[in-house]
Design a protein around this ligand. Structure first.
Ligand code: SF4
Length: 197
């Protein structure tokens, strides 16, 4: 049983799987407290209906895409072993978007780790991350990004993403940074340009 704020079929807008149709499961509850969070309504888990994992997966099966992204809120507040096991049994590729602030759980084909300054990640995320996606809100965030890049696996993809409201202020610095640090690439929130969820 998990609190589900919303679940919807759309196109992954950011990160390494940009452009791929995906079913998003947004779990309620987050204790990270990012000042620029664009889903603050997700923070209180009690506000959202508690659904069984069979019901969650049955709804995902309605759509033709077989990529599921579990997001939040902070989805690792919950043990994701049962939900991801069932999703994989039903033929889904399982992805997660997490700040890593809680112990890792679940069976994932792709783990997008987006650390936040507001709550330190749990050490278990580093060996599991396939993608390190750091939101750049301020120029000091480049140092923060490198600190976490030093801890992830060598083949972990490294992405810098402008915070949407600060994009015009930080974009030039991000472009300059990836040109001089080519182990990084840029991620954009393309779903916001496409005006889709
Ligand atoms: S971790 Fe995500 S959901 Fe939680 S406050 Fe930060 S941006 Fe919002």
């Amino acid at each position: 049983m998990l609190p589900v704020m919303e679940a919807f079929y759309t196109v992954q807008g950011e990160g390494m799987h940009t452009g791929v149709p995906a079913y998003f499961i947004r779990l309620g509850g987050c204790d990270v407290g990012c000042v620029w969070c664009d889903v603050k309504e997700s923070w209180e888990a009690e506000k959202w209906p508690i659904l069984g994992i069979e019901e969650i997966v049955d709804h995902a099966l309605i759509y033709p895409g077989r990529m599921v992204v579990i997001t939040g809120g902070e989805p690792l507040m919950y043990n994701l072993d049962p939900l991801t096991t069932l999703l994989k049994e039903r033929g889904f590729s399982t992805h997660i978007e997490t700040s890593g602030a809680h112990p890792f759980s679940g069976h994932f084909d792709w783990v997008c780790f987006s650390p936040k300054k507001f709550k330190a990640p749990h050490p278990s995320i580093y060996e599991n991350a396939d993608e390190l996606k750091v939101v750049i809100f301020h120029k000091s965030d480049f140092d923060f990004a490198e600190k976490h890049a030093a801890l992830v696996k060598e083949d972990c993809k490294k992405l810098l993403q402008p915070e949407w409201s600060k994009s015009s202020q930080v974009m030039g610095a991000i472009v300059d940074y990836v040109k001089t640090h080519p182990n990084w690439k840029i991620s954009l929130q393309t779903h916001k340009f496409m005006d889709i969820p």
